[in-house]
Design a protein around this ligand. Structure first.
Ligand code: HEC
Length: 157
């Protein structure tokens, strides 16, 4: 066989393997920046998916959320401003930018419990319209960091 053909076949194979490996690593993963989001926390808040492409699970909340999808933004607004009465829910949602929650007497631990267990700072169950979110430690921390970022944005705008 002509040596140039051999070289070509070897080179083409290497390129192919590298391409497949690259595609394989990224397949199924959503980098926040791919969607114009700057962090994993923002991605979760806005889409209900984390940066590994996993849908954040939840229990409770209204039926339509299971069918149509949605996340914090759907009920609490793009800036965490609240004041929205979600479909099938009986009252307006609270504002959830971090500083605002702290002003109302919540600690970081209380906020995490509200999100994951659906209880208020006295351990009383929140309105059933607020879903109970099943977040990994990393995703929960990233999401709370994003609530802090919402406060900072509010302060500077
Ligand atoms: C289907 C609508 C809905 C979605 C989606 C939703 N929430 Fe809520 N959330 C509520 C409602 C309604 C309340 C008020 C519950 C109450 O007053 O008992 C609430 C309360 C809260 C509270 C407690 C605030 C307080 O002042 O006690 C926090 C924190 C919170 N939500 C964070 C989140 C985060 C973070 C997400 C996204 C992971 C989210 N919520 C998604 C409806 C929703």
């Amino acid at each position: 066989m002509d040596i140039r053909i051999v070289v070509f076949i070897v080179a083409a194979s290497i390129v192919g393997v590298v391409l497949l490996a690259t595609i394989g690593t990224h397949y199924g993963k959503v980098k926040p920046s791919d969607n114009g989001y700057e962090s994993n926390g923002e991605l979760i808040y806005m889409t209900g998916y984390n940066k590994d492409g996993e849908r954040i699970g939840f229990t409770g909340g209204p039926q339509w959320l299971y069918m149509h999808g949605g996340s914090c933004v759907t009920c609490h607004g793009a800036r965490g401003e609240g004041g929205i009465v979600p479909m099938m829910c009986s009252k307006p949602t609270p504002a959830i930018a971090y500083e605002e929650l702290v002003e109302h007497g919540m600690t970081e631990e209380d906020i995490k419990k509200a999100i994951t267990l659906g209880v208020d700072d006295e351990g009383e169950p929140l309105d059933p319209c607020m879903p109970r979110w099943k977040l990994s430690e990393r995703d929960l921390n990233d999401l709370v960091d994003y609530l802090k970022e919402l406060s900072e944005r509010k302060a500077t705008s």
